[in-house]
Design a protein around this ligand. Sequence first.
Ligand SMILES: Cc1ncc(COP(=O)(O)O)c(C=O)c1O
Length: 402
Amino acid sequence: MPSTASRLNYIKTSPIRRIASLLDEVRRRSDIISFGGGAPSLPPPKEIIDYLVDKLRNDTQKTVGYCGTRGLPELRELISNDLKENYGIEYDPSSEIIITDGGTEGIFLALSSIIEKGDEVIIMDPTYLGYSEAIKLLEGRVRKIPVKVEDGYQPNLEDLKHIISPVTKAFILLSPDNPTGRIIKEEFVKGLVDLAVDNDFWIIYDAAYKYITYDAVNPWVDKYSGARERTITINTFSKEASLPGFRLGYSTGPKEIIDAMEKIKQYVSLAPDTVGQYALLKFYQDGIKEKYLKDIVIPTYKKRRDLMYSLIKEHLPDAKTVKPEGAFYFFVDISHYLELMNRDDEEFANRLLYRKNVIVIPGSHFGDTGRNHIRMTFVSESEERIIEGLRRIGAFVFSYTL
Ligand SMILES: Cc1ncc(COP(=O)(O)O)c(C=O)c1O
């Protein structure tokens, strides 16, 4: 057999994807409780589905046809209005917005548009798993700044200043954050934008969870002076519309970047999925999005978050964590227990699944600073099952630490 490309030797397979396939395999074992992957368990707005069924029946050819590589103009226009309403910034729907195959493609197209071999991209540690391998695949170099539970998982501007080099090409900001749920402080964003201007690098702002916030206001990077011409935003309908299977999202950025992303997308996926885009037109109409987020998504997740927080305190009193201000994850430092159990976070997660049928993600998967942590999402299980899952985790730890 001829060989595969050698650059793949440096790329890790995503552990979350492995867990997603594991979940598919074991789904029939109904007593598995998953605090693993961040796939919303809430149904999307019913109006979207009704509209889609109707469109497919009555306007079939148009709904299943190809669209342009940037996506449907009417969807881009609605996105532009939505961003203007929420952040007061106008994005030209024809030149500054592109529809992508989820945030994942947005990240890849953005990075592919800017990285030259040897360029450095700064990310946080721990952070979302989708960045480092994409950077490496494009022959860029990953640099990291650590964030710690003691600081509420807030990054430090001094750490950033120290790591910037002549080949720094971009900084990836994620807020609300995965895996920690923290919302970035405004002072950091201001400092970051100043550094990006002074050192001429891009800010890739992953706003996957921008509308899923509980207590704090999430800053929109483009609002800060100097940011607009150097910021690419990544957005997704997987989280805010609970439609991960649609594989749709969008990016905003300066015209030149959107042109570059379109050029690459032509050869990656030709165009985004038309069927899902038609359905999403409805998301932005008749106040459906606002009502869905305000009446269903936020109250449901907030209740689950508060419940999980009190259960962590009850069953793992010596663990350290920060109550998430947005997104839907707890990042929990369980070093105290791991030491008593003489295990690392990966062994902990494996044994917990084997013995108690509960899935958590080892923190080390998100970076070295994530060692001795676990990530638990409260997005995919009901309150009853969150109670049962934490009870099982408590019993599991207790059985080792007697
Ligand atoms: C921070 C972040 N960015 C991007 C994504 C990609 O999501 P999708 O490709 O479903 O839009 C995820 C998914 O979990 C995420 O957590």
